[in-house]
Ligand binder design. Structure first.
Ligand code: NAP
Length: 259
């Protein structure tokens, strides 16, 4: 399917690996020029080079922490005005509800709620003026179905979801859509980190932890960054202009709910 976005420009945050990289690659395949961000320069450059070679689009990179004000300023300066914004950052650490103090919550809110909101505020007014824009926020299935040990993530992402629900309806009339993609478990470094935690806590092997998690997913497997990226590219496409303020689960059926 032609996505109808060839030649547009996208900023994809936290994109050297995993789901962010899946989104960057799918957008590049649709002919979109990219500004990619991550903290580590080496992996970021390697991923950017591969995208240039595979898809022939322009790719600029900015190694910076997107959860900090300085990091965002550097990324925004390099990106200028973009047509597509994909918000992403690392997820907060797991723990017990009794573990977290105010600083832990502030850090999680900065990373997974306030950073995407700041980027939306920086980019969406220009998109509205130009009459076209797409914003996709990578959140989590925990927004629909809480994951108890990820209380920081449950909290911060719920805050972003509330903001998007209202804001998306305020900007849709100017041709700008804002939606959230909610990953269930996907085969990325984050999944390995989560499974390693389970293996250590339960005294089982990493493979056993993974098999245990797979058994809870109707699809019987983890999702892939490629599948995730394809969904992101569709939401950023010309075809998705009537999809506004939605929370789209990609979880292999793991969340057991009718709606
Ligand atoms: P991942 O494979 O660990 O990749 C994370 C990417 O983000 C890397 O490129 C990393 O590069 C970059 N990054 C992390 N923190 C950053 C920061 N502060 N500033 C800029 N770049 C940053 O993770 P993932 O699985 O793709 O997960 C992406 C998001 O989806 C996370 O928020 C995660 O919690 C959420 N999620 C993932 C799953 C899953 O199963 N994978 C499920 C639900 C939710 P650097 O480290 O070099 O910065």
């Amino acid at each position: 399917m032609d996505m109808g976005i060839r030649g547009k420009r996208a900023l994809v945050c936290a994109a050297s690996k995993g789901l962010g990289l899946g989104c960057a690659r799918a957008l590049a395949e649709a002919g979109v020029h990219l500004v990619m961000n991550a903290r580590g320069a080496e992996a970021l450059e390697a991923s950017a080079s591969a995208i240039r070679a595979d898809f022939g689009v322009e790719v600029a990179t900015v190694a910076a922490d997107i959860t900090t004000e300085e990091g965002r300023a550097a990324v925004l300066e390099a990106a200028g005005a973009v047509d597509i914004l994909v918000n992403n950052a690392g997820g907060p650490p797991p723990g017990m509800w009794t573990d977290w103090d105010r600083d832990d919550f502030i850090k999680a809110l900065d990373a997974n709620m306030l950073a995407p909101i700041e980027l939306i505020k920086a980019q969406v007014p220009g998109m509205m003026e130009r009459g076209w824009g797409r914003v996709v926020n990578i959140t989590s299935q925990s927004v629909k179905s809480p994951i108890a040990i990820l209380g920081l993530s449950n909290s911060a992402r719920a805050g972003l979801t509330g903001y998007v629900a209202g804001t998306s309806r305020q900007v849709a009339g100017k041709g700008v859509t804002i939606n959230n993609l909610l990953p269930g478990i996907h085969a990325t470094d984050r999944a390995v980190a989560l499974d390693t935690g389970v293996a250590e806590r339960e005294g089982i092997t990493l493979d056993a932890a993974k098999a245990q998690r797979c058994a809870t997913i109707p699809a019987g497997r983890y999702g892939t960054p490629e599948e995730f990226g394809a969904a992101c590219a569709f939401l950023c496409s010309q075809h998705a202009g009537f999809i506004v303020g939605q929370n789209i689960l990609l979880d292999g059926g793991a969340v057991n709910a009718t709606l």
